[in-house]
Design a protein around this ligand. Structure first.
Ligand code: RIB
Length: 298
């Protein structure tokens, strides 16, 4: 069984600021850094660092060579990453404030020039029972979901960032939703996470559902029981890729058939460690580091 992450690769320009820039304001940044990012790349690296063998599919421009190098360094298989000579790689402009919170402007670039022929070429290398993990930063998501499902692949979706286009995909083909409470509410119209889980289960009875709740931890409905877990206490330096770390670790735990509470604990701890340091992909800890780190539950 293989894991394919088909998603975005972004050049992240990260600016440390006192507060997020306001309308009409010009704001100086105390420091700037360039990091590898993109929800696809981050989740592929998180899944790999958690212990899974991972294939990454997506597209970069000639300016994105270091993104490919980062994936290769992490031992992610990159033969399905295409290069577009005529478009810039996707990039993100990220403000991180003094509390470690972020806000992001995204330019899709090559993440949005993926063709149906390229998708067919990638999926030809995967079979029934293989897992595909998707987010919503690339084009043709509806086509990928339909084709992967048609092949009998297990489709996991992190519906982030949420938009109307995502809602027009056939979400009954999703086996695992891994999302935050806002995304869950957008899909099912319910703000209360327990009601959202019940509503989603009614709508998509075959799907398993993970909802992250910020400071209130996470809930996982495995088709029968809802499991709950809190978050670990750390000083937040940069929350970028915290959700991606959680998603990658969660998926790896499912693939390793770990117990639900162990999966949730590993995912929560890995994402807390990622929050405690700067960057996106660079901030994701290895499984050994997660196991060796003692943190208090909040
Ligand atoms: O989830 C964090 C990621 O969102 C960043 O790395 C940025 O590239 C945006 O895609």
């Amino acid at each position: 069984m293989k894991i394919l992450v088909f998603g975005s690769l972004n050049i992240d320009r990260r600016y440390m600021v006192d507060h997020f820039v306001q309308p009409g304001e010009t704001l100086s940044s105390d420091s700037v850094g360039t990091f590898s990012g993109g929800k696809g790349l981050n989740q592929a690296i998180a899944c790999k660092k958690a212990g899974s063998d991972v294939y990454m599919a997506g597209k970069i421009g000639t300016d994105g060579a270091f993104l490919l190098a980062e994936l290769k360094d992490a031992d992610v298989v990159t033969k399905h990453v295409f290069i577009d000579d005529d478009e810039l790689s996707g990039h993100a402009i990220i403000q991180v404030d003094k509390n470690g919170q972020n806000c992001i402007i995204l330019y899709g670039g090559t993440n949005r020039t993926i063709t149906h022929a390229e998708i067919d070429e990638v999926l030809a290398d995967f079979d029934k029972g293989d897992i595909i993990l998707l987010q919503n930063e690339i084009n043709a998501l509806d086509y990928i979901i339909d084709k992967a499902h048609e092949k009998g692949m297990v489709v996991a979706l992190n519906p982030s960032p949420m938009d109307d286009k995502l809602l027009s995909c056939d979400l009954s083909k999703i086996s695992y939703f891994i999302m935050n409470e806002i995304e869950a509410a957008a899909i099912c119209g319910q703000n209360d996470p327990d009601v959202a889980i019940a509503t989603l289960h009614e709508k998509y009875p075959e799907s398993k559902i993970v909802i992250t709740l910020g400071g209130d931890g996470s809930k996982y409905f495995d088709g029968e029981i809802t499991h709950e877990h809190g978050i670990y206490s750390v000083k937040a330096v940069d929350t970028t890729a915290a959700g991606d770390t959680f998603t990658g670790y969660f998926l790896n735990g499912l693939m390793e058939n770990m117990e639900p509470m162990e999966i949730m604990s590993m995912a929560a701890k890995a994402s807390a460690i990622a929050v405690s340091r700067p960057g996106a992909a660079d901030s994701i800890p290895t499984k050994d580091e997660v196991l060796a780190t003692e943190l208090e539950l909040k």
